[in-house]
Design a binder for this molecule. Structure first.
Ligand code: FAD
Length: 486
């Protein structure tokens, strides 16, 4: 099945909108009647909404899942092109992420992971490209350089952030943590710039921008510390948790299990291609109307849509002031993630940074395609932001900013122009978390707001989406059991 989402480009076919994905749901709806009053209406079929819909339907509740797109997975989905999965959004998972691993074990997918890197053959180098030229390092030297630069960046307390964030899965920020949340990474770099070598500074800045998809000025230093703490306070941990293990069959092969299990319960009704326009929730229950004018009624609602698009839905009565303010501020991540299939086999073992001049900042060999070509993945963001489909030659040139390469195919999703995401994974500007985390998580009458964007632990990750979907289903189940969890 082909989704409307995503783009591919080849020399032969040019640029094409829409790519194949096993996450596209056919038939797009199994709604039989609009008279039903559902126990709970879940809006959004990303990992959060899928988890909530599954858990609630397995608990015996009558669930309606409404999704704007033609597919499941939201910001995590894969396209299968000629038998090879390209990850359009969320990709890497790790057994240290408790929620995600619980689900991987539930579906018996422990042996369906593979390692992105392959340093066994080819050039086996870390290439650091700047306007001054290209420096080449071994991967051991890369690790030393990254380790030393990040250790300096995070060492605010003499023990690499352990005192500032002793419990990374807690939502309570100490006064010191709040101080760092009001500070940007640019502020922190200014503090330590004399301690960093030029290469350390390049590496630290490029790595932070890989994490935030923003600019150094718009990246909360606390949130970066939070990622560091979640990753076990080490660079090695960051690699293991953030960019190493992915599904051999792509993310959609994981997400589809949630959907199928929910459907098998017999309690799930669903409708794709159904963007929600308005939510009325003043009196008894909720009444939800789609852009096409279809109205659905439910006793409870789980709103599982991202922060950056919350204000595009009209809530009556309006959203609480704090939540509305958070949505108006939004998060800053405008990550540009692009895949290239290239005929240069030696680049399978390259990793690289191309900064500060290039549109794509961080790239590496991510796999081998069925044709025996190398698959390279690369990331840019708000820094030198561009829209890959607008100028394919510019996009190709951004890849060549790492090393000369012969590009056969490009595959990507433009998250910035995506009206149901308006950005990539959540990453906050200074102040958002300390001011609004509580507001984003609060319930409003019969609506539970759940999303990876305001998870406590792996906020911004698939794990956080599952954490939130689990919380939402437990909350709604408790309502039906006659006792509120909140
Ligand atoms: P979403 O996935 O955004 O789901 C929300 C759903 O709501 C969407 O399907 C959307 O279409 C729908 N929706 C929006 N508005 C409406 C409306 N009005 N009506 C109906 N439906 C609506 N995480 C990792 O763990 N590892 C990674 O390697 C990783 N890399 C990433 C790379 C990129 C480029 C991106 C974009 C994300 C990445 N993430 C990664 C983050 C991860 O993808 C997200 O945190 C997670 O998928 C969010 O899940 P969610 O269910 O909370 O939200």
């Amino acid at each position: 099945m082909t989704s409307k989402d995503g783009y591919s480009w080849t020399k032969a076919q040019g640029l094409r909108a829409g790519v194949p994905s096993i996450g596209v749901i056919e038939p797009p709806s199994n709604v039989k009647s609009t008279d039903t009053v559902y126990d709970v209406i879940v809006v959004g079929a990303g990992y959060c909404g899928l988890t909530a819909a599954r858990d609630a339907s397995l608990a015996g509740l009558k669930v309606l899942l409404l999704e704007a797109r033609d597919r499941i997975g939201g910001r995590s989905w894969s396209s299968n092109i000629e038998g090879y999965p390209y990850e359009m959004g969320g990709t890497w998972v790790y057994w240290g992420q408790a929620n995600v691993w619980r689900e991987i074990a539930r579906y018996g997918m422990q042996d369906e992971l593979e390692i992105s890197y392959d340093f066994s053959r080819g050039i086996n180098k870390y290439l650091l490209s700047t306007p001054q030229g290209v420096q080449s390092f071994s991967h051991e030297e890369e690790d030393e350089l990254m380790q030393s630069s990040l250790a300096k960046l995070v060492n605010v307390d003499g023990c690499h952030g352990r005192n500032v964030i002793p419990f990374p899965h807690s939502g309570v920020l100490s006064p010191e943590a709040r101080k760092y949340d009001h500070m940007s990474v640019a502020d922190r770099i200014a503090e330590i710039k004399n301690d960093l070598t030029p290469n350390e500074r390049l590496c630290a800045e490029a790595f932070v921008l890989l994490c935030s998809g923003g600019t150094l000025e718009t990246t909360s230093f606390y949130e970066f510390l939070h990622w560091w703490a979640l990753s076990g306070y080490s660079y090695e941990g960051c690699i293991d948790y953030l960019v190493k293990y992915k599904f051999r069959g792509g993310q959609s092969s994981f997400a589809i299990r949630f959907f199928r299990e929910a459907l098998a319960s017999g309690n799930l009704t669903y409708s794709f291609n159904s963007p929600v326009a308005t939510v009325q929730h003043g009196g008894e229950g909720v009444q939800i109307t789609t852009r096409a004018g279809k109205t659905f009624r439910g006793t409870k609602m789980i709103c599982a849509i991202p922060l950056n698009v919350l204000n595009d839905v009209k809530f009556e009565p309006p959203l609480a002031t704090g939540r509305k303010a958070a949505a108006t501020t939004g998060h800053v991540n405008q990550c540009v993630k692009v895949h290239a299939e290239i005929s240069d086999r030696d680049l399978r073992s390259f990793t690289g940074i191309s900064y500060p001049h290039n549109g794509l900042i961080y790239g590496f060999g991510d796999g081998e395609t069925p044709a025996g070509n190398t698959h390279v993945v690369a990331f840019g963001g708000q820094h030198n932001h561009f829209h890959p489909e607008e100028n394919v030659e510019h996009t190709k040139a951004a890849f060549e900013g790492f090393a000369p390469m012969s590009i056969e195919r490009l595959v990507f999703h433009n998250w910035s122009k995506d009206e149901f995401a308006k950005g990539a994974w959540f990453f906050p500007a200074p102040g958002l978390i300390s001011t609004h985390l509580k507001d984003m998580r609060a319930r409003e009458r019969d609506i539970v707001f759940a999303c990876s964007d305001w998870a406590l632990g792996w906020r911004s990750f698939i794990d956080g989406a599952i954490e939130e979907g689990t919380r939402a289903a437990i909350t709604v189940r408790a309502d039906f059991a006659g006792r509120s969890k909140l």
